[in-house]
Design a protein around this ligand. Structure first.
Ligand code: NAD
Length: 481
């Protein structure tokens, strides 16, 4: 049994209270490591270390900061297989997905911001011969980064890398459900020689460790990705303290399929956008609206393809669908099957636990599920399920499709399938979401702004947006007369 440690002041440290949480491999149900349940005392030590490191780190020239970030990226790549296997074991995702998506992206988050910081320029405003204004952007100080379990290292590094690149010192907390790759990252930061206190990785639960980070008066900004529920709690604490806040929250993303789409491409991608990572990606499409004249064909083909998805041990190369991340989340997803039926829905395929034998007999697997016949307003279509579950429904006009797409309190991402260029632009402009994919899904250029509207969050990550978030802006006016 491995005992994980916090990374504080450049060293691996045990939690001061000596308390730990169980870390379970979801595919087997076996406790395989212990995670520190850190409290205020650990966070105080980390914040002091970060405050000591800040004066030097914030003044380090960008080439030096960039070299540290690149070194971390290189070390993740060097340990690629170790990271991929750890991510799969911790989260239940197929190892193939960790290899193709999570770990490459974690490395590229560091290399992207290693380079982006050198492109981060400021504005000047020149008013004929009277004044020049220029904008200074300085690191904020000690900042907090809190991330969820669904893309563990991918989202953890998506916050840490820009925060460090901009010259901040960081107190970062991964999800207690998937702490392992964050722990491996600590080891890599030590190997990379990152100066002590610049990055501190503190493990523990949200209600204890996370909440303590959020309310700590010396932590000046919070970058959070997770549920809308937790985002609301965090905003409630951080906003009256006037902390800078970036909140990336839940979603209930619509997929709009028009009859004129490239059908085969749409079908193959919609399978991925529905069920990748067992549907546990905030960007998965979960409400699929299909133009009425191709609805029956789509339904038949989609259900057939869904049934073909191989479910099984995440360690196996063959499986597309791994296990659900935890017992608690498994029960939440399962509860929606009876609700959907009570609300008048018909389960076309799935709707059950998938029982494996052997190593994974105690794991929590769910069959990919397609439900039809549910009105837009019902709970199944309004609440984030965050599992391998989609609903399908026909629409007759473009206006109706947009109306249904917008009829939730969320607004993270949306996916549009059409070959009509005018319609694609029209729908994209009228849809209420921070991200729109037309004829594709999960294509990410790291320079682009990322985030949601409505209850899906506040603020944007990505590219220069992230560097702006992690800096304070000061305007300087020079009188030329
Ligand atoms: P969660 O909100 O339960 O936890 C996220 C993180 O916040 C964890 O590290 C947790 O320990 C911590 N936390 C929980 N309560 C806290 C509190 N009161 N104060 C401080 N920290 C707290 O979310 P989850 O179940 O880990 O992740 C799934 C959710 O994340 C889904 O809603 C999903 O849509 C969302 N998500 C959003 C995005 C996005 O970019 N918008 C990306 C991935 C996941």
């Amino acid at each position: 049994m491995q005992i994980l440690q916090n990374y504080i002041d450049g060293k691996l440290q045990t939690p001061i209270s000596g308390k730990y949480l169980d870390n379970i491999e979801p595919a087997t149900g076996i406790v395989y490591s212990q995670v520190p349940d850190s409290n205020e005392a650990d966070i105080d030590v980390a914040v002091s270390a970060a405050q000591r490191a800040f004066p030097l780190w914030s003044k380090t020239d960008i080439t030096t900061r960039s070299k540290y970030l690149q070194k971390i990226a290189d070390l993740i790549e060097l340990n690629f297989e170790k990271f991929s296997e750890a991510e799969s074991m911790d989260s239940g995702k197929p190892v193939k997905l960790a290899r193709n998506l999570d770990i490459p992206r974690a490395a590229s988050n560091f290399s992207f911001f290693a380079s982006a910081i050198s492109q981060f320029s400021s504005e000047a405003h020149i008013n004929s011969n009277t004044t020049i204004d220029y904008t200074l952007r300085s690191p904020i100080g000690v900042v907090g980064c809190i991330s969820p379990w669904n893309l563990p290292l991918y989202l953890f590094t998506w916050k840490i890398a820009p925060a460090l690149a901009a010259g901040n010192c960081v107190i970062a907390k991964p999800s207690e459900v998937t702490p392992y790759t964050a722990y491996l990252l600590s080891e890599i930061c030590i190997e990379a020689g990152l100066p002590a206190g610049v990055l501190n990785i503190i493990h523990g639960s949200g209600s204890n460790t996370g909440a303590t980070i959020v309310k700590h008066p010396a932590i000046k900004a919070i970058s959070f990705t997770g549920s809308t529920r937790a985002g609301k709690e965090i905003a409630g604490v951080a906003a009256p303290m006037f902390k800078k806040l970036s909140l990336e929250l839940g979603g209930k993303n619509p997929v709009l399929i028009f009859a004129d789409c490239d059908y085969e491409k749409m079908l193959e991608t919609t399978i991925r956008s529905s069920f990748t990572n067992q549907g546990q990606i905030c960007l998965c499409g979960s409400r699929i609206y299909v133009e009425a004249n191709i609805y029956e064909k789509f339904k038949k083909d989609f259900v057939q393809k869904t049934k073909q998805l191989s479910i099984g041990d995440p360690k196996s190369e063959e499986n597309i669908i791994g296990s659900i991340v935890s017992e608690q989340h498994f029960l939440k997803i399962m509860s929606y099957f009876s609700l959907a039926q009570e609300e008048g829905g018909t389960i076309l395929c799935g709707g059950n636990q998938f029982q494996l034998q052997g190593r994974c007999a105690n794991g929590r697997f769910i069959e990919p599920t397609v439900i039809e016949g549910l009105p837009v307003s019902c709970r199944t279509n309004q609440e984030e399920i965050f599992g391998p579950v989609v609903t399908i429904y026909p629409f007759h006009t473009e206006e109706q499709a947009i109306e249904m797409a917008n009829a939730t309190e969320y607004g993270l991402a949306s996916i549009i399938w059409t070959q009509n260029l005018s319609r694609a632009h029209r729908v994209a402009a009228n849809i209420e979401s921070g991200i729109v994919w037309i004829n594709c899904w999960l294509v990410r250029d790291l320079r682009t702004p990322f985030g949601g509207v409505k209850n899906s969050g506040v603020g944007r990550e990505g590219g220069l947006e992230a560097l702006r978030f992690f800096t304070e802006t000061k305007n300087v006016t020079i009188n030329l007369t």
